[in-house]
Design a protein around this ligand. Structure first.
Ligand SMILES: Nc1nc2c(c(=O)[nH]1)N(C=O)[C@@H](CNc1ccc(C(=O)N[C@@H](CCC(=O)O)C(=O)O)cc1)CN2
Ligand SMILES: Nc1ncnc2c1ncn2[C@@H]1O[C@H](COP(=O)(O)OP(=O)(O)OP(=O)(O)O)[C@@H](O)[C@H]1O
Length: 284
C-alpha cells in the first residue's frame, strides 16, 4: 500500500526504524518512515470530511487530551524538567539543521505553561558575535505575536531578548515597533525564506501529529506560510517541535482535523525523531 506524504512523496506503508549518527552530534536521530497523518489516511480526518458534525466530537476529544497532558506536565518532577530542558536544547544547538539555518521562527517558552524551555537557544541566537574572528552570520530570529482572538498571529523580528514584553496571556512577545520607532520586520513580508520553525505543543506522536493549546494560531500561520513558500518557489521550512518525554503519545491517540499541520521532526531529551523525507534530506 502506498500513501502520500505531506510533501506529496510516496511513503511505503512500512515502519522502518533506523538508528543513525548522521544528523546529530549530541544523540542519535531516529529516522522513522511512517504513515503520514495526511488527510486521506487519518480516520478522524476522513470522518470529519464526510460528516462536519463529527468535528465537535474531535474538538471535544482534543480538549480531554489537552487537560490530561496539562495535568501530567504540572505533576512533572522539577529536577527531571530541568534535565530535559537542558538535554533538548543541547540537541537543538548541536544539530546540523539548526547550525546551518539562517532564518528561523521560534517560540518564547512560558514556564507557567510548562513548555519546553527555549531560553538557551534564544540566547545563543541573539548573542553578540565574538570579536575574535568568528565570521558566522547571525541568524535572523522571528517570534510570535498574537494579534487577536481569531487565530491571527504574526512572526516579528527581534534582535535582543529585551525586545519582549508580557501579553495578556503572560507570554513574552515583541511590540510591533522597535525601540527606534521602526516597524519590526514581519516574516510574511520578508523577501527571504525561513528555513526552520521551532514549535511548541502539548502532545505529539511519532508520525508527526501535533496537538496545540487550542487557539489554532500555529496551524493557521503554518498553512499561510507554506502557501507563501509555494507561491515564491521557496524550499518549505522544516517544522520541528520540542517535547518532554511525557508528551509523546501512542499512535492513534491524538485526534486530528484537516487543519492540523504535520511536523517534520520532534526533539526529545534522547535525540531527534524524524518524520519526513524533507528532514532526512536536511541531514545529508
Ligand atoms: N510560548 C508560546 N507562545 C505562543 C503560543 C504557545 O503555544 N506558546 N501560541 C500557540 O498558539 C500562541 C498563543 N496562543 C496561546 C493559546 C493558549 C494559551 C493558554 O494560556 N492556554 C491555557 C488555557 C486557556 C483556556 O483554556 O481558556 C492553557 O493552555 O493552559 C496561551 C497561548 C502564540 N504564542
Ligand atoms: N488553517 C486553519 N484555517 C481555519 N481554521 C483553523 C485552521 N487551523 C486551525 N483552525 C481552527 O482553530 C481552532 C483550534 O484548532 P485546534 O484545536 O486544531 O488548535 P491547536 O492545534 O490545538 O492549536 P495551534 O495550532 O495554535 O497550536 C479550531 O476551531 C480549528 O478549526
Amino acid at each position: 500500500m502506498i500513501l502520500m506524504s505531506r510533501r506529496n512523496q510516496q511513503v511505503p506503508y512500512v515502519v522502518k526504524l533506523l538508528m543513525t549518527q548522521a544528523c546529530t552530534l549530541a544523540s542519535p536521530t531516529i529516522f522513522t518512515t511512517l504513515r503520514r497523518p495526511s488527510p486521506p489516511c487519518s480516520a478522524a480526518m476522513t470522518a470529519a470530511a464526510v460528516d462536519p458534525s463529527n468535528l465537535d466530537s474531535i474538538f471535544h476529544q482534543k480538549k480531554l487530551l489537552r487537560n490530561k497532558v496539562k495535568k501530567e506536565l504540572r505533576q512533572m518532577d522539577p529536577t527531571s524538567r530541568i534535565q530535559q530542558d537542558d538535554a533538548i536544547q543541547r540537541v537543538v544547538l548541536e544539530a546540523p539543521w539548526f547550525k546551518s539555518c539562517q532564518r528561523l521562527c521560534a517560540y518564547i517558552s512560558c514556564a507557567a505553561l510548562r513548555e519546553v524551555d527555549t531560553s538557551k537557544i534564544l540566547a545563543e541566537i541573539l548573542k553578540e558575535p565574538s570579536k575574535d574572528g568568528d565570521s558566522r552570520m547571525r541568524k535572523m530570529l522571528y517570534v510570535p505575536r498574537v494579534e487577536d482572538k481569531n487565530r491571527n498571529m504574526r512572526m516579528l523580528h527581534i534582535s535582543k531578548i529585551d525586545d519582549l514584553i508580557a501579553n495578556s496571556m503572560n507570554i513574552l512577545e515583541p511590540h510591533p515597533v522597535d525601540a527606534d520607532g521602526k516597524e519590526r520586520e514581519e516574516v510574511m513580508s520578508s523577501k527571504e525564506p525561513v528555513d526552520l520553525f521551532l514549535l511548541p505543543g502539548l502532545a505529539f506522536d511519532k508520525s508527526g501529529r501535533r496537538l496545540g493549546r487550542g487557539g489554532g494560531y500555529y496551524d493557521t500561520f503554518l498553512e499561510r506560510y507554506q502557501e507563501l513558500a509555494k507561491r515564491q518557489n521557496w524550499k518549505q521550512p522544516l517544522l520541528i517541535a520540542l517535547s518532554y518525554s511525557e508528551q509523546i503519545m501512542d499512535e492513534g491517540v491524538i485526534p486530528t482535523t484537516p487543519n492540523d499541520v504535520p511536523i517534520d521532526a520532534l526533539v526529545l531529551p534522547s535525540g531527534v525523531i524524524s518524520m519526513s523525507e524533507a528532514f532526512r534530506q536536511s541531514c545529508e
